[in-house]
Design a protein around this ligand. Structure first.
Ligand SMILES: [Ca+2]
Length: 335
């Protein structure tokens, strides 16, 4: 009986597939309706942009060539690699000899701007340059995708549509203000733009016109980009009389419940607990508040981290990222 039902089912399915056009038609209808949905969505977006005060001309120009969501952006969004890399490997790949040498060249190439920016924003130049090196290899890899197209796709189809819709409207505001022309507004598939990979909302809050030409150009103007990054760090609470943290050695077994960003203790307390500089010497005598982190587990490198490490984590919520920026900035000094 069971077999008989299966047979009927199979024949039924076969007949259905043999009806001319049915199986060809279904995806077609789906595609048509998806395309209608997208057109309607785009219309609503246009209205919202106009209501937000963005000019008709900007809306028309920016959205003129946008006909459908971009599959390559959706693919990237859905296939982000899992974070399995150890901190040690992450730092080793990003703090390469070439990158250290190139950073030193950048420090020599922009002394006047870095002087000015360091004083104005209260951020040591080595950190600004290290951030530049980690984010885009000093402006070499800023991303080649059209920002509006990526953000439209992520806002329409992505897992965080509301977030990207706001970023898209911010990007349209940037175009409307004339800071950059549409063909040059490029970046990563996720909408990060320019020399320091600012999202459009970060641009609005932190980007500045350092060279005084009336435009905030974080793509092509190195002074604008450096000052914008420094301004971000300053607003996030950077302290220029301190470093980021340091690699340390544990000379005695430290209670593992004390490790982690939640516990903050003065350096003298860490000293008493047996934490030493990586060369074995005593910790600095300043009474800074610090946390102990051991990202790769007990066998891995331990770090004492200070306030500025937390600021770097506001830029990118990753210990690996913050340690890489800090380590790179230390290497320039060592040169
Ligand atoms: Ca400018």
């Amino acid at each position: 009986m069971k077999n008989f039902s299966r047979l009927v089912l199979m024949i039924g399915c076969l007949c259905w597939l043999l009806v001319p056009g049915v199986w060809l038609m279904v995806p077609d209808v789906q595609a048509q309706s998806a395309s209608q949905n997208f057109t309607t969505w785009l219309e609503q977006l246009r209205t919202e942009a106009r209501t937000a005060g963005i000019s008709q001309e900007t809306v028309d120009t920016a959205l003129a060539d946008i006909k459908a969501p971009q599959q390559r952006v959706i693919d990237r969004d859905q296939n982000q690699p899992e974070k399995t890399q150890s901190l040690e490997d992450y730092v080793a790949t990003r703090v390469s000899k070439e990158r250290i040498a190139e950073g030193c060249r950048m420090l020599r190439r922009y002394p006047t701007w870095l002087d000015r920016i360091e004083r104005q924003y209260g951020v040591q130049r080595r950190f600004i340059v290290a951030l530049w090196g980690i984010e885009t290899n000093y402006g070499r890899h800023t991303g080649k995708l059209p920002i509006i197209q990526s953000l439209v796709t992520l806002a329409y189809d992505g897992r965080r549509g509301d977030y990207f819709r706001k970023e898209l409207l911010e990007a349209l505001q940037i175009l409307d203000a004339g800071h950059i022309a549409l063909p040059y507004m490029k970046g990563s598939w996720a909408g990060a733009m320019g020399q320091f990979q600012f999202m459009p909302s970060s641009y609005r809050h932190y980007a500045v016109d350092a060279n005084g030409d009336g435009r905030i150009d974080i793509w092509n103007s190195v002074p604008d980009a450096l000052a914008s990054a420094a301004n971000y760090l300053a607003k996030a609470g950077w302290k220029d009389d301190q470093t980021w943290g340091r690699p340390v050695k544990l000379s005695a077994k430290v209670d593992s419940s004390l490790a982690g960003l939640k516990t903050r203790l003065p350096l003298s307390r860490w000293q008493a607990l047996g934490v030493r500089r990586s060369n074995g010497r005593a910790l600095p005598l300043r009474e800074l508040q610090a946390s102990l982190i051991i990202p790769d587990g007990q066998a891995g490198q331990a770090y004492l981290i200070y306030n500025n490490f937390r600021v770097l984590r506001r830029w990118n919520r990753s210990n690996s990222f913050a340690v890489a920026v800090g380590t790179l900035s230390d290497r320039y000094d060592a040169q």
